[in-house]
Write a protein that binds this ligand. Structure first.
Ligand SMILES: C[S@@+](CC[C@H](N)C(=O)[O-])C[C@H]1O[C@@H](n2cnc3c(N)ncnc32)[C@H](O)[C@@H]1O
Length: 477
């Protein structure tokens, strides 16, 4: 288990955020300083980490704190005379660092994530020596999920596998109350510290195994989860594998959490699953959706072969022999489970209520999109209405998305518009080519009424654009 205690609540914690803000320890300033683009996670890894160390240059206060709290390197106080004694006191008092002689040693990593500061364990995810109960800093899948969670105002939210508390603390901005649960007491201790650090008071953090252990029966309007989702024979690290005796945690979230949703609630879970039938990559999820009585839309962003996946997750091991052995073990496990390929996706469930559930799969890319406000809600609501044959007549472009013209230069040098695409500019990327008649129907917000041969195509396209959240209707029921 991890020897370092979780950070400490009392004492100078109320001063910490302001003292760090005063020296510009925030995401925008750090990205700027280290030249890390918004598309890459902090802290930078590999090659980018080397460049970041060079970019830090001399030891001014901000640079020293980046080294200490983000990159996890000890610093000498004699090298950083500008570092205020008060700040050193706050950092040691809250147990973010340990003071030994002239040196400050980091005890945790403190990552700025949007407007939050999040303490988590200081470990190197690329090393084979991760402690079983290490608490993970925000990482790429954290960001992926954060970008997609609908930022609608809701009553009660739940974050399953909260870790540092990151999603719960973001949910707190648009929920009356939030419950963050984790099977690891170390994670809930960090999450509680992070709530206090960020002065967020409407979150509670409890220990629970998925949803068992949640001590109230009130349903939730929004449930989110970035659980341990790797499909593998490993059972040693709780954030990656779940508890030792547990079945695959991602699958358990999809199976167990729907019972805790309100009748119009939404569950958003980033997960992966084994594919037994390559012709039907979402079959496993469809059968859980049916069992739980949920409508479902599955956004698949990667499908990998067993050998590809087994190697990808084991290349961090030091020796080629170790990599080989681990990959073989994983492949044997896939074989036993009847798994040929692995799918990675974002799964969204909503209760079907008394109706026949619908199920939809979309292949997506998650690259380069802006934070979204409500794409998943738009899509699930639109799919629900089309399923009931209730597509609104007055469809217009969604204000979050845009029509993009792709031009070309002809051989005579004349620029012409080659195609026009209605594209999502937030959340997941969808781009649908629109011809002039479809554009006209979109621009005028009218459904075609004539019986020309192309009318059926226009109707189908409008429906598709609506189901992708690119068009919206007027008053919805
Ligand atoms: C991949 S980490 C995600 C942490 C954080 N939510 C994020 O997005 O950065 C998964 C988290 O799930 C927790 N966890 C693992 N098994 C669990 C279970 N059976 N029930 C609840 N939480 C679990 C781990 O302790 C870990 O904190």
């Amino acid at each position: 288990m991890t020897a370092t205690p979780a950070p400490c609540h009392g004492g100078r914690l109320p001063h910490l955020r302001a003292e760090l803000a005063a020296v510009r320890y925030n995401e925008a300033a750090i990205r700027d300083r280290l030249a890390v683009p918004a598309t890459s996670p902090l802290p930078p890894a590999g090659h980018a980490l080397g460049l970041a160390r060079i970019a830090l240059g001399q030891q001014d206060t901000q640079g020293a704190l980046i080294r200490l709290l983000l990159l996890g390197q000890p610093i000498r106080l004699s090298d950083t005379p500008q570092l205020a004694a008060e700040l050193v006191d706050t950092l040691t008092n809250t147990r973010l660092v340990e003071h030994a002689g002239d040196v400050l040693h980091p005890l945790v990593r403190l990552t700025p994530f949007h407007d939050l500061l999040l303490a988590a364990d200081l470990h190197n995810e690329d090393s084979a020596e991760v402690k079983p109960d290490a608490v993970e800093s925000p990482h790429r899948p954290t960001e992926t999920l954060a970008r997609l969670i609908p930022r609608e105002t809701v009553g009660r939210s739940l974050d399953i596998g909260t870790g540092s508390g990151v999603h719960a603390l973001q949910l707190a901005r648009h929920s009356d109350t939030v419950l963050g649960v984790d099977v690891s007491p170390r994670a809930t201790a960090f999450a509680q510290f992070n709530a206090a650090l960020n002065e967020i008071t409407n979150t509670r953090f409890d220990i629970a195994d998925v949803v068992s252990g949640i001590d109230d029966d009130e349903p939730f309007n929004l449930i989110v989860s970035n659980p341990p989702y790797l499909v593998s024979p490993e059972r040693s690290v709780v954030y990656r594998d779940g508890p030792p005796e547990s079945a695959h945690v991602g699958t358990r979230v999809l199976s167990e959490a729907p019972a805790r949703l309100t009748h119009d609630g939404l569950l958003v879970c980033l997960t992966s699953w084994g594919i037994s039938n390559p012709g039907d990559p979402a079959r496993e999820i469809r059968s859980i959706a049916r069992r739980t009585g949920c409508n479902a839309v599955v956004f698949v962003y990667a499908v990998r072969s067993g050998p590809d996946d087994a190697l990808r997750w084991n290349v961090h091991r030091r020796e080629p022999d170790q990599i080989h052995q681990a990959a073989r073990r994983w492949l044997d496990f896939y074989r036993e489970q009847g798994i040929g390929e692995l799918a990675y996706g974002v799964v969204v469930f909503t209760p079907a209520r008394e109706r026949q559930p619908w199920f939809r799969t979309e292949q997506v890319t998650l690259q380069g999109q802006e934070f979204d406000r409500g794409q998943l809600r738009d899509i699930t609501s639109a799919l629900d209405r089309t399923h009931r044959g209730r597509i609104p007549e007055d469809l217009t472009p969604h204000p979050d998305h845009e029509i993009e013209s792709v031009g070309k230069i002809g051989t005579d040098g004349t620029p012409t518009v080659r195609e026009q695409l209605l594209c999502s500019t937030r959340g997941m990327r969808f781009a649908v080519e629109c011809g002039p008649r479809l554009l006209n129907a979109i621009a005028t917000g009218t459904a075609p009424t004539t019986s020309e041969p192309t009318t059926e195509v226009i109707v189908t396209m409008r429906r598709r654009l609506y189901e992708l959240g690119l068009l919206i209707g007027g008053a919805d029921d």
